[in-house]
Design a protein around this ligand. Structure first.
Ligand SMILES: [Zn+2]
Length: 186
């Protein structure tokens, strides 16, 4: 671990998740709504308490459902948040970096999906980062035409995350905030 990262982790009481859970950081690839690689590494961090709870949720899923969590995004530096908000200035999908709801930059929000034990992603209502009504929780809860398999996957994800203290964002099935508040890391 380089010294800058070590210093950052200690200063903000972060936890490095690499090697502890499956990670597929979409912003470290071009497979995201910006079609651009914006992280220059795959370092995956969350506030320590948040990370520990997420690992507990992952163990619970493995033991009870033979499934795992896969992280799509976690802590996000404020510079990245600013760049995203410039491109999508819609707070339903990208938090205003000057506002209070910028949870990825607080280190207590995670974008997540379910994978099986062979690391295949389970079908969900939309792709990650799909900015439309089909991504919302109301949509999958109220839509009688949604495939039952998809519906049970997304409901299971929400149920398990809730059990470990994470609250789902209404507009995005993949986004969860830990219930405790933390300041934005500037
Ligand atoms: Zn998110």
């Amino acid at each position: 671990m380089n010294n800058n990262l070590k210093y950052f982790i200690e200063k903000y009481n972060m936890y490095l998740l690499n090697g502890k859970i499956d990670i597929d950081l979409k912003y470290a690839t071009k497979d995201n709504f910006l079609h651009k690689k914006i992280y220059n590494n795959t370092t995956c961090l969350l506030r320590r308490e948040v990370a520990i709870k997420l690992l507990e949720a992952n163990n619970y899923l493995k033991e009870n459902y033979n499934l795992k969590l896969c992280i799509l995004d976690a802590y996000r530096p404020i510079e990245v948040q600013r760049e995203m908000y410039k491109l999508v200035p819609n707070p339903n999908f990208v938090a205003d970096p000057n506002g209070e709801n910028c949870n990825h930059t607080k280190g207590n929000a995670v974008d997540i999906c379910l994978i099986d034990m062979n690391n295949n992603k389970l079908p969900m209502p939309t792709k990650f980062d799909y900015f439309g009504i089909e991504s919302s929780r109301t949509y999958y809860k109220n839509n009688k035409n949604l495939d039952q398999n998809i519906k049970s996957n997304v409901i299971l994800l929400e149920k398990v995350m809730n059990k470990f203290g994470f609250i789902g964002l209404e507009s995005e099935w993949w986004h969860f905030n830990y219930y405790k508040e933390y300041p934005i890391i500037k």
